[in-house]
Write a protein that binds this ligand. Structure first.
Ligand SMILES: Nc1ncnc2c1ncn2[C@@H]1O[C@H](COP(=O)(O)OP(=O)(O)OP(=O)(O)O)[C@@H](O)[C@H]1O
Length: 278
């Protein structure tokens, strides 16, 4: 399996990137390739023949009306849907060129490489400190100096350190909603994943906490590749580099966010972003 962020060599080397390492003609090397992907919940097909590349260290937003398959697609990027009975897929999803379905890929290690933050912030009933180090403890990593370092780095990256550094051993439930969501982001990045999936991460937050998460995302993309599902058009246009519009399980259009919002190629995209259906 490729090492975390191994594609960065394409950026850092003086060698010009190869054509196949680029997404369209626009952006960073591709981190995720969704390749003719179909997904079924039992007899119900939820995703239809989706092909899409997600560039490294950019924010890709998935938009579209309720039930169009955004979350289903996102949850497939770390095989979270495998937990549901009766699901199956066709096609492939690759990260750094390796299929998620390759028999050598262990789902637990995949989920370390692909962290996830959910709509409803869900800290564990533990201290702030223990929330951040949870996955390290599960992996048997208990060395205090290492855990301390991970806690500070993760909380700083999640723009929460200054607010909580004096109460790391207090319950996570004493934090505000926005702080709890940033704690969940800190927990998700504690293992330094390559990819961060965010499924409507601001849906339960007020506008100020939402703006804080948006600012944070812009910071996080320096280190992580981010895929976000959002119903908030302003959020997609403010934060993302790329936008993918889905409708009834199909990817209708994707491209540079500015283009999608100012000059969509498809009528359905135009109707959706101009609010003619939701
Ligand atoms: N566990 C499940 N079992 C069966 N069908 C499901 C399951 N989860 C989602 N679906 C169906 O798959 C389709 C896509 O759902 P999904 O949640 O991915 O859409 P979405 O675009 O994320 O919607 P929303 O914006 O409302 O969250 C819908 O028809 C939904 O009813």
């Amino acid at each position: 399996m490729a090492s975390p962020n191994s594609n960065t060599s394409v950026v850092q080397n003086s060698e010009p990137p190869t054509a196949t390492s680029l997404v369209d003609d626009f952006s960073n090397p591709k981190m995720v390739e969704v390749d003719h992907f179909n997904f079924y919940y039992g007899a119900k097909q939820a995703i239809f023949d989706v092909c899409l590349d997600i560039p490294e260290r950019q924010i890709t937003a998935f938009i579209g009306p309720s039930g169009c398959g955004k979350s289903t697609l996102l949850r497939n990027l770390n095989r979270l849907n495998d937990l549901i009975d009766g699901v199956r897929h066709e096609g492939d999803i690759r990260i750094d060129g390796t299929s998620l379905y390759d028999p050598t890929v262990e789902v637990i290690s995949l989920r370390k490489r692909v962290g996830m933050v959910f709509q409803k912030y869900n800290p564990f009933p533990k201290t702030i400190y223990e929330n951040v180090v949870f996955s390290l403890r599960v992996a048997g990593r208990n060395k205090k100096s290492e855990l301390d370092e991970v806690v500070e780095r993760s909380l700083r990256s999640a723009a929460l350190w200054d607010e909580v550094k004096d109460r790391l051993h207090d319950s996570a439930y004493g934090l505000s909603g926005g702080q709890q969501q940033r704690l969940c982001i800190a927990r998700a990045i504690a293992n330094r994943p390559q990819i961060l999936l965010m499924d409507e991460p601001c849906a339960a937050l007020d506008p100020i906490a939402t703006l804080k998460i948006e600012e944070l995302m812009l910071d996080l993309k320096k280190e992580f590749t981010i895929a976000i599902v959002t119903h908030n058009m302003q959020q997609a246009s403010r934060c993302s580099d790329r936008t993918a519009f889905m409708f009834m399980g199909r990817l209708i259009e994707h491209g540079e966010t500015k283009q999608i919002f100012t000059e969509p190629k498809e009528q359905q995209t135009e109707s959706y972003i101009s609010g003619r259906f939701s």
